[in-house]
Every structure is written in C-alpha cells, then in structure tokens.
Ligand binder design. Structure first.
Ligand code: TTP
Ligand code: MG
Length: 348
C-alpha cells in the first residue's frame, strides 16, 4: 500500500511516436535510423525520428537536409497523420480504462490521476505492458504528485521506461533540476535567470517571492512554486459531449399547452444552430424535453425511439405538460448523441 498523502499524477508519453507507428507497420525499420518528415528537396523538416537515428544527433524539427548530412543512410518517410491519430485514440482509450480523470495534452501524451491508495508504480507498469501488447508501440511514464514533476519524470527513463518521484525524495530531486525543464521557462527567460545566477531549482529557491515577483511578474510566482516542486494545476479533462440542448425562461408563465407549443419553433431554431456546430445531424439525435413549472418543480421526458424534430418535440412537450397541467416558467429541448465507441470519436 502506498503511503502518499496526495493522489498520483501519471504523465504518459509515447516514445518517438510517429516513428514508432511506422516501425510497427514495418518492423525492418526498427534497427536502422529512420525519421518521419518532409522531403529535403522541398526544404522539409523532420517531425520525429527513431532512437537509432537519435544516436546521430538527429532531432524533431531538424531540417531533413541537415539530418541527411549527419546520417546519409537515414530513411525518411512522409508520414501518415490519420494512422497516427487512430493509434493516438487507441492509446487514450486504454488510459481511460485505468482512470476517468484524464487530460489529453497532445497527440502522444496525457496525464491521468490515480487515487492515493493505489499502487501507482505497478499500475504504470501494467499500462506500459497493456499498450505494448495491444498497440505495438511503447510509452514512458512519469509518476509524481503534480503535473510538472510527472512530466519531468516521464523523460527520465525514456524510452520504454518509468520513473516515480516519491514524496520523501521529492525535495532532493527537484533541487538538482535545471530550471529549463519547467514548462513556461523558455530560452529567453532562462537567459535572464542565468544572468542573476539561477541555473537550477536549488539556485532559484534562494530568492524570495517578493524579489521574483518584482523582477518577473507572474512568471516569478510560477518559478517560486515550481522550484520547490509545487504545482497545483488540476487536470483539464476532456469530456465527451453527450447532448446538445437549449432552454428558455419566459418573462410571463405560459398557462396552457397551446402557448407551450407555440414556443417550440423558436427553440428548435436555436437548438438546430447549436447542433450544426457539432459533427451530428439533428435527425440522428434522440429528443428530450424539460419543463419547469412556476412552483419550480420540473419534469423531463425523453424517447430514444423518436428522431429529434418538430413533431417529436411537440409530442414530448405535451406528455411533460400533461404530467402536471399548471403554469410553465421554462421549457428546454435537447438531443442526445448516439452512443459510439471511443475509437470512433475525433479527438483532434
Ligand atoms: P514528442 O513526444 O515531442 O516526441 P516523440 O514522441 O517523437 O519522441 P519522444 O520519445 O522523445 O517522446 O512528439 C510526439 C509526436 O509529435 C512526434 O512523434 C511527432 C510529432 N511532432 C511534430 O510533428 N513536430 C515536432 O516538432 C515535434 C516535437 C513532434
Ligand atoms: Mg513522445
């Protein structure tokens, strides 16, 4: 049993992601230097490369022509974004199986939160094996009590590894970190910090909050917190949208069903406008309605056998009203999306 006092944050990052997917599709690429990116003749750059290519000093965002100078045998593939997106969705679906609290940060990385009583290190190991067996690519995982340190930790034993910053080792671990690993501290900020003698988190810890704020404003507060290993940012969760609805509260209560039905065309117009911003068409949605009466009680009616349109909304409103024929102060209408598996959703 883990004795930590706060929940665990896991940062999961795929190893050389686009290249890993290409190596899965063609295993003969595994041991030779390869990259994914634009052609050198068109002044292209690389998106990423596999680990054998990294031994030549090749990196993401490097011009392809330069990469070929470093490694003349480098294989450069053009890239297949829709395949990478598919694999990404599968990675995220697997992670969601381990925690409902998930923040998808980019195509190949996400944070998940696990309750403090769980053994985060063995779960991380299980996740790595699960992803490898099911998808044929590897991920690295960092474990800590906050996002910033979990992200630093996922780089520690990359590729195909994991690293946990245990609460009792945290202070010591943070001290030796270069301030450059703190998200939000870019090269120009780093230069300014260097000029006042700050290279590591331990250096930064010697400056008091007032000084850092006067000199760097909000970034000073951030530096003050991070160099002590503190980061209280919550996960920004991606929530699947399940329905689209709209409602209206009337300035004067509606006193019979005819008045209620008269309001429908305008409500539907607004609702259709909202639906048009989603991937769905109105007639595949399952209609539901809500009525709030003047005594503030409310009732909802839905019917998954109907298609959402004027006729079905009329029918549901009538049904709702008849449950309690009394003055109405609010009407809401909506449509529920059909259930689809996670793999079919477009996340990006
Ligand atoms: P990263 O996680 O930054 O890199 P990576 O997964 O390739 O390698 P690592 O093992 O170090 O994590 O980015 C994820 C993917 O995003 C990467 O495979 C390709 C794409 N990408 C770009 O398209 N352009 C870029 O400049 C970078 C950095 C990444
Ligand atoms: Mg990655």
């Amino acid at each position: 049993m883990d004795k930590s006092t706060s929940d665990h944050i896991l940062h999961v990052d795929c190893d050389c992601f686009f290249a890993a997917v290409e190596m899965r599709e063609n295993p003969s690429l595994k041991t030779i230097p390869m990259a994914v990116g634009g052609d050198k003749d068109r002044r292209g750059v690389l998106t990423t490369c596999n680990y054998p290519a990294r031994e030549f000093g090749i990196k993401s965002a490097m011009p392809t022509a330069l990469a070929r100078q470093l490694c003349p045998d480098l294989i450069v593939l053009p890239g297949r974004m829709s395949l990478y997106k598919d694999v990404s969705r599968s990675v995220m679906a697997i992670l969601r199986g381990y925690s409902q609290q998930i923040e998808i940060v980019s195509i190949d990385e996400a944070y998940i939160k696990l309750p403090k009583y769980l053994d985060s290190e063995s779960i991380a190991e299980t996740i790595r094996i699960h992803i490898k067996n099911q998808l044929g690519i590897s991920v690295s995982i960092g474990i800590a009590d906050c996002k910033f340190l979990a992200k630093v930790a996922s780089d520690w034993n990359k590729p195909d590894g994991q690293f946990a910053i245990k609460p009792e080792r945290k202070a010591e671990f943070v001290k030796q970190l270069s301030v450059s690993v703190i998200p939000g501290i870019g090269p120009s900020f780093q230069k300014k910090l260097k000029s006042i003698g700050i290279n590591t988190c331990e250096d930064a810890e010697r400056f008091d909050l007032k000084y850092l704020v006067q000199k760097f404003g909000r970034s000073g507060v951030m530096l003050y917190e991070r160099c002590r290993g503190r980061d209280n940012r919550e996960l920004v969760e991606y929530r699947e949208r399940k329905s689209v609805s709209t409602e209206r509260t009337f300035s004067r209560d509606l006193i019979n069903i005819e008045q209620c039905l008269e309001e429908l065309p305008e409500l539907i117009q607004e609702w259709e406008r909202r639906v048009s911003k989603t991937a769905w068409k109105t007639d595949v949605l399952q209609p539901f309605v809500k009525i709030k009466f003047s005594d503030f009680t409310q009732t909802t009616v839905s019917n998954h056998e109907l298609k959402a349109n004027l006729a079905s909304f009329r029918r549901l409103i009538t049904e709702a009203y008849e449950r309690k024929p009394s003055p109405v102060r609010l009407i809401g209408i909506g449509g529920k999306f059909p259930e689809v598996s996670l793999n079919q959703l477009t996340l990006f």
